[in-house]
Write a protein that binds this ligand. Structure first.
Ligand code: 1C4
Length: 440
């Protein structure tokens, strides 16, 4: 029974995302290390599923590990400068061989992946071709990068026409110049260029790690382009992650709403990213200055201005200045240009797996732009980190908003004991909603 209830709630949560993404173009860059064995098979099944739901897919694969393996067999050591491979004549041959082998493996996996999806009576078509033209990277700091190239142009018309035919477009990190020379390209550069040229809905990088990792080893969940630039300046991320982060920043500064960097090793992470509100990995958006941070005592006057009118209307509970001072650690605020545009609080209860989403507000002039949803995502992320499994929300006016976002109606009896007595005392008779959080 619980499984059915879970399924219904998950299905309701996924439905708006499925509808939204239908017909949208998604560019997915896949790190080379994920392109074998069970990981490739699972990924191929998920790509089939996503394509079956009507998402237009452009997949760009990496080839670094495979080129290195061929180099090693030939008794050569890979040479890099600034994180880019120096592609001499022999390495170019290995790059071409590696791309051929990887394409074949991906195509085979996509063909078998179809078996697990109910959508198609015939296999998903996979389109390849000379979609990317290239030019040499050249000589950098006196180092000749030889056949290492950069993207010159993406053939958007060619790609769109294959997508219109219902195909998945698979691009290898190899490109040719107009004079017929071949260049070894990077997966990140191509995915970025393709996403920008196609003005894709989203650019996704699937990598080994869970996302962009901070100096403490934690994954950044959200970064504005500005914050990502600061990270890049501070050199706190590894060289490989730097290149993807830079690419993510370039993409969002050139019209892509969001770039997501997440683990492709974790089963189903791409599905979770696209069709649920669980923040998976690191999300980079231009939305530069609107960010969510922990509240501080100095924010109390602005929080008060934000919540007072709603307290007077009976939408929110009354919270005194003293209350805010004592509980400021529970609050997060949505900030833009040093002004607070919204807030939310996470209440926890001793010896309970329950938490409460409280005091959720977005400034009236900033509503209907998805900020309420971002505060909710942030709070779920916080709650998951604290091992909360049931997240309650009590509301007199906003029940539908929560139901549309995966909450279910609940009885007041389900509230933790301390909260239930407050509830009964207040006589507000607020409706009770609960969101079941799946542990990581
Ligand atoms: N019902 C259904 N849909 C609603 C809605 C509502 N009341 N208000 C907005 N929407 C829809 C919009 O029409 C829009 O739909 P669309 O155009 O996308 O189809 C969509 O939601 C907008 O979503 P969004 O992600 O852009 O959200 P924002 O507009 O940024 O923010 C808020 C949504 C609800 C936060 C915002 O409208 C707001 O600040 N409203 C006033 C405050 C409010 O109602 N907050 C919810 C409180 S429930 C209390 C407490 O004090 O702790 C009371 C506790 C008790 O015991 O009673 C809470 C949790 O704070 N509890």
């Amino acid at each position: 029974m619980t499984n059915v209830v879970d399924f219904i709630s998950d299905f309701r949560e996924a439905a708006p995302y499925i509808q939204y993404l239908r017909g949208k173009t998604l560019v997915v860059g896949v790190a080379d290390s994920l392109l074998s064995g069970e990981t490739l098979r699972t990924l191929a099944t998920d790509l089939n599923l996503i394509a079956g739901l009507g998402v237009r897919l452009v997949v760009v694969h990496g080839s670094r590990t495979q080129i290195n393996a061929l180099d090693t067999v030939a008794g050569r050591s890979p040479e890099y400068y600034n994180g880019r491979r120096i592609t001499d004549d022999d390495t170019l041959i290995h790059a071409k061989q590696a791309c051929g082998m990887i394409r074949s493996d991906i195509e085979a996996a996509l063909l078998t992946g179809i078996a697990h999806t109910p959508f198609r009576s015939r296999p998903l078509s996979i389109a390849g071709g000379n979609f990317v033209s290239a030019r040499p990277l050249g000589v950098i700091d006196g180092i000749d990068m030889c056949h290492t190239g950069i993207v010159r142009k993406v053939d958007t018309e060619g790609i769109r026409s294959r997508l219109n035919d219902g195909a998945l477009v698979l691009i290898s990190p190899i490109g040719h110049s107009l004079s017929g020379k071949t260049f070894n390209l990077s997966m990140g550069d191509i995915a970025e260029a393709a996403a920008i040229a196609l003005q894709a809905e989203k650019l996704v990088y699937l990598i080994e790690e869970e996302g962009i990792i901070d100096a403490q080893g934690e994954v950044w969940s959200n970064l504005s382009a500005q914050e990502a630039r600061t990270l890049l300046d501070n050199q706190t991320v590894s060289p490989e992650q730097r290149r993807l982060l830079q690419s993510a920043v370039n993409a969002v500064e050139n019209g892509i709403k969001r770039t997501q960097i997440l683990s492709g090793r974790k089963n189903g992470s791409l599905i979770a990213e696209l069709f649920t509100r669980h923040g998976v990995g690191t999300s980079i958006a231009l939305d530069a200055f609107m960010h969510i941070r922990e509240a501080q005592i100095g924010d109390i006057p602005e929080i008060t201005n934000l919540i007072r009118p709603l307290e007077e209307q009976g939408v929110l509970l009354r919270r005194s200045r003293e209350y805010l001072e004592n509980h400021i650690g529970e609050f997060s605020v949505l900030e833009h240009d040093n002004q607070i545009y919204g807030c939310v609080a996470l209440k926890t209860f001793p010896d309970s797996d329950a938490g409460e989403l409280a005091c959720l507000v977005v400034l009236p002039e900033a509503r209907d732009s998805g900020y309420g949803e971002r505060l909710l995502e942030h709070l779920i992320h916080q709650a998951r980190k604290r091992h909360i499994l049931r997240l309650f929300a009590l509301s007199t006016h906003t029940g539908e908003w929560f139901i549309e976002r995966g909450f279910q109606t609940a009885s007041s009896e389900e509230l933790p004991a301390g909260r239930l007595s407050e509830y009964l005392e207040s006589k507000r008779r607020s409706k009770v909603f609960v969101y079941h959080i799946k542990p990581e």
